[in-house]
Design a protein around this ligand. Structure first.
Ligand code: G1P
Length: 293
């Protein structure tokens, strides 16, 4: 295998240009990625997961009305000064601190699909392998999903996607893999199809919003035609790389919450609240009360 496909993963792309129409009116003036799961905006969980995996540079693919995401990871000078004057600790702001120069925002301008969003980051990604995080998918594990993937990447190089099993009736909402040989958590990827009909799906293993890709995908995306839903699909571009470079799936050992749906958002909030030392017991008692137990 070409050693270039084993270069360390230092950059991550976060496509965050979506309009968030499912959460209107909450998302009229606030990006959906800024909606909080308890006291952290959704985007913070993805960024924490990236940093845990050793990723240094964050590339946000944004659009109009999404500035709050960039502000969130900027230094808030007045806030910090006022807090210091009042002798308050700045510990709660710690996860929002990014090294100067390690946050880049590019604009998608037109919503042409996930593949197009990733392609918008090509100049910043350059000639390095990179990670992608879809922040709607909240992945909770120890270690986190991307760290598990980076460990697998150290062994396999090439391209990796995280997958998980869903009931067959749900496959048509996702990208689905045609699995090859399986070894523990690693499955060889023989094919990929975006939002197949239930009957045509090659498996029930779906792409769950985390990727490690080689920079060549940017060149493939350059000529990618529209696919499912009339959008330029990342899945279609990845499918064209199979056979050219190693391509594997990692089954994530952990839990995934689909925060792109309202019910999934509530589930994530409740699950994380129940686990917290500072509020778990109270929330459990409240849940019992509400359920009339
Ligand atoms: C996107 C991807 C799809 C993947 C899914 C995971 O779809 O295109 O392959 O399975 O994210 O959430 P979207 O949810 O944007 O329709």
């Amino acid at each position: 295998m070409n050693d270039a496909t084993r270069k360390p993963i230092r950059k991550a792309v976060f496509p965050v240009a979506g309009l968030g129409t499912r959460f209107l009116p909450a998302t009229k003036a606030i990006p959906k990625e800024m909606l909080p799961i308890i006291d952290r905006p959704l985007i913070q969980y993805a960024v924490d997961e990236a940093r845990e995996a050793g990723i240094e540079q964050l590339i946000f693919v944004t659009g109009r009305g999404k500035t709050a995401i960039v502000e969130h990871f900027d230094m808030a000078f007045e806030l910090e000064t006022t807090m210091k004057e009042r002798a308050k600790t700045l510990e709660l702001l710690e996860p929002t601190r990014i090294q100067p120069g390690n946050l880049v925002a590019v604009r998608q301008q037109v919503p042409l699909g996930l593949g197009h969003a990733i392609w918008c980051a090509r100049a910043i990604v350059g000639d390095e392998p990179f990670a992608i995080f879809l922040p709607d998918e909240l992945m909770i594990g120890q270690p986190g999903c991307m760290k598990q993937m980076v460990e697998a990447y150290g062994e396999l190089g090439g391209n990796l996607i995280s997958v998980l099993e869903v009931p067959q009736e749900e496959v048509s909402s996702y990208g689905v893999i045609a699995p090859g040989e399986r070894r523990g958590a690693i499955t060889e990827v023989k094919g990929l199809v975006e939002k197949p009909k239930r009957e045509a799906a090659p498996s029930n293993l779906i792409i769950s919003g985390r990727y490690i890709l080689q920079p060549e995908v940017m060149r493939v995306l350059e000529s990618q035609e529209k696919g499912a839903g009339g959008e330029i699909q990342l899945t279609d571009a990845m499918a064209r790389m199979i056979g050219q470079q190693p391509f594997h799936a990692v089954t994530f050992a952990g839990r995934r919450f689909d925060c792109g749906s309202k019910a999934g958002f509530v589930e994530a909030t409740l699950a994380l609240a129940l686990e917290r030392d500072d509020m778990g017991a109270d929330v459990r008692a409240m849940a019992h009360r509400l359920l009339g137990d």
